[in-house]
Design a protein around this ligand. Structure first.
Ligand SMILES: *Cc1c(COP(=O)(O)O)cnc(C)c1O
Length: 346
């Protein structure tokens, strides 16, 4: 049991449900490295189908999906075009520099969504002074910008520009299924322009561990090499892959409930004096809000709420907070959280 009954700090805070644990306990297993684990194989086929790619590979984390994709696509000295607050910039220990010896060329945006013109402007001239532009990365939904959904046309414009310049394309789809449920666009349509894409199982889908990387057969054959190289090749991994199979069968459509809870939370927070929320920005399961107007320091705000069993997380800006809804937020969780916040100011 989570000691915080209203834990909005992240959708990684979900615990595997009883039904998911039972599916894990029943899983048929084998040696994943010999391609003999039927449950891992099944999960990989499901994600290949879902994303419309030829093949897929089960990995321990989403971070490893990003690192492996960068390593396959880039040579040392190459440059990756990405949004300025994308996950690898802040939360992967400098992975692109360490594992691929690639540099990042970052595009600043308000929403996490950039344009073809911005990509065009970030591409380096063919001149030995410069790094070689190699890869364009998209994050959908965009985590630090509050779960924003890329419109399909925006993805297609960026992809067309990248292709025109001979660049490769990678999709960080940690929360792609949130984008799919919110927009009604099929996962395969979102993934179609990309050479590689992945989904996380341990966020809103509620699994204890795992992510799945997808691409064409040749890409996934190379990804197997890096899975071994990075120490991510497992054995009877069907035990954890079974959670992924269960989640894809049971926990996708219900993401709509998380999105509704995020909207309700955002509306409630917006009514509290001193709290600023951009309601139009709440498209999926993340609410970004600013408490500058309350004059309560963030650390104190968080500490006092924690005593009520309510947890949010801090963002980069010192007065900004993030609330994430997920399948362990109880039906009355939003009301309880709002009551706790209101009580701080009474
Ligand atoms: C969580 C996250 C990752 C990393 O996934 P892990 O499974 O935690 O390693 C990468 N990108 C985005 C956008 C994320 O939210």
């Amino acid at each position: 049991m989570n000691p915080f009954p209203c834990d909005f700090s992240s959708d990684t805070q979900t615990r595997p449900s009883q039904a998911m644990r039972e599916a894990m306990a029943r899983a048929e297993v084998g040696d994943e490295q010999k391609r003999e684990d039927p449950t891992v194989n099944r999960l990989q086929e499901m994600v290949a189908d879902l994303t419309g790619k030829q093949a897929a590979l089960f990995l321990p984390t989403g971070t490893m999906c990003n690192l492996i994709a960068h390593a396959i696509h880039c040579r040392p000295g190459d440059e990756i075009i990405a949004e300025a607050s994308t996950h690898p910039v802040h939360f992967e220990g400098g992975g692109p520099a360490v594992h691929s010896r690639a540099s990042l060329r970052l595009i600043d945006t308000a929403t996490g969504i950039f344009t073809a013109a911005q990509v065009e402007a970030a591409i380096r001239p063919d001149d030995p002074h410069f790094p070689k532009t190699r890869l364009v990365c998209v994050e959908n939904t965009h985590n630090l910008k509050g779960g924003r959904v890329w419109p399909l046309d925006a993805v297609r414009d960026v992809a067309a520009c990248a292709r025109k310049h001979g660049l490769l394309l990678h999709l960080d789809g940690a929360r792609l299924l949130n984008a799919v449920v919110a927009s009604g666009v099929a996962a395969s349509a979102y993934c179609e322009p990309f050479d590689s894409c992945w989904i996380d199982l341990s966020k809103g889908l509620g699994c204890p561990v795992g992510a799945v990387l997808a691409g064409n057969r040749e890409f996934i054959a190379q990804a197997w090499r890096y899975k071994h190289l990075f120490g991510g090749a497992m054995r009877q991994a069907g035990i954890i892959a079974a959670a992924g199979v269960y989640a894809l069968e049971h926990n996708v459509e219900r993401l709509a409930e998380d999105h509704a809870k995020a909207k309700a939370l955002a509306h409630g927070l917006a009514e509290i004096k001193g709290i600023a929320v951009d309601l139009d920005a709440v498209e999926t399961n993340i609410v970004v809000f600013d408490i500058a107007g309350t004059c309560v320091p963030r650390a104190e705000f968080l500490q006092r709420l924690a005593k009520q069993g309510v947890r949010f997380s801090g963002l980069m800006k010192p007065t900004q907070l993030r609330a994430v809804t997920h399948l362990d937020i109880q039906p009355d969780g939003v009301d309880r959280a709002l009551a706790a916040v209101r009580a701080l100011f009474e």
